[in-house]
Design a protein around this ligand. Structure first.
Ligand code: GLN
Length: 291
């Protein structure tokens, strides 16, 4: 039987041939996942049973070919919570924590203790769950269209003790979906925002993620234009829209918000110093339509 130490060196060098920077981390995660120990290298001479060694080698090989680590592990952390992930759902990114922080700061500032919040294009549910964890009295809705993503969304809300998040299967670009959710204090979304150019230059890892969660039309702004226009009636007067977007899209997103009765646009930078989110206040009074 191969020892943990020998196997680690073998798998690490396989992954390092592709990416030296992540090799230690990736190999450690794979070992932790398969051996169940927090520090699997504590006992480097410990033999690894043949079937486990074969599984570990197979994961290391897939990782060395560019398959995302998060999908290999089947789970990933966001906001201190664990989210099940796999093909068909976008992997939660640390950048998105900036969006959660901005929404929480708005709730603190505006003294919103039990806000009505809708998370559009919810995917794994990472935003909805993080907000519900921090604001237990909030009425949170998570809207998602893809059946595969909905499977993860349901699992993740339940497993994180957020079973009372209202999950809605719906197309955020359809009027009927927007009409079904009125009187929102906050609409939050990390919609697809990559451009055609971005889609043609994806990192191998990202090609395994659903294009429907990545591609935002030719200039990447399609969802911001359509969603803001369609959903502005769902946000109450004085309520907010908070969006995540890609590098360099902030001025365009601001212009879209301002064209649609939103004002006081505030930007936030992510951990890498990139302007990543915007929040703005609705100034129109949304009255129920007179029939
Ligand atoms: N942040 C993702 C990426 O850069 C894109 C996610 C999205 O389009 N909302 O790959």
């Amino acid at each position: 039987m191969v020892s943990r130490g020998e196997l680690f060196t073998e798998c690490r060098s396989l992954i390092a041939a592709r990416d030296e920077d992540t090799a230690d981390f990736d190999t450690t995660c794979i070992f932790q996942d398969l051996l169940g120990d927090k520090n699997p290298m504590f006992l480097p001479k410990e033999p690894v049973p043949d079937d486990k060694a074969a599984e570990i080698r197979s994961l290391a090989k897939r990782r060395s070919e560019g398959y995302p680590l998060q999908y290999l592990l089947g789970q990933w952390e966001f906001w201190g919570c664990n989210f099940k992930v796999g093909e068909g759902v976008l992997i939660p990114r640390p950048d998105t924590e900036t969006l959660v922080e901005q929404v929480l700061d708005i709730c603190r500032r505006e003294k919103l203790k039990a806000p009505k919040i809708a998370d559009l294009c919810s995917g794994s549910g990472c935003i909805a769950v993080a907000l519900k964890k921090e604001l237990p009295d909030a009425e949170v809705y998570a809207v998602e269209l893809s059946d595969k993503a909905l499977g993860y969304l349901k699992q993740n809300t339940a497993a994180n003790g957020c079973g009372d998040i209202h999950i809605i299967k719906g197309d955020v670009l359809k009027r009927e979906t927007a009409m079904s959710l009125m009187g929102l204090d906050i609409l939050v979304s990390n919609p697809p925002y990559l451009t055609s150019q971005d889609m043609s230059e994806l990192q191998t890892e990202v090609t395994y993620e659903p294009a429907s969660a990545l591609f935002g039309g030719e200039d990447g702004l399609g969802f911001y234009r359509a969603m803001t226009e369609l959903w502005k009636m769902s946000v109450k007067e004085g309520g907010f829209i908070a969006y995540e977007f890609g590098m360099g899209q902030h001025d365009d997103v601001k212009a879209i918000l301002e064209k649609n009765s939103f004002t006081d646009v505030e930007f936030r930078k992510d951990g890498g110093g990139i302007i990543r989110t915007a929040a703005a206040r609705n100034i129109i009074v949304n009255k129920p339509a007179i029939m």
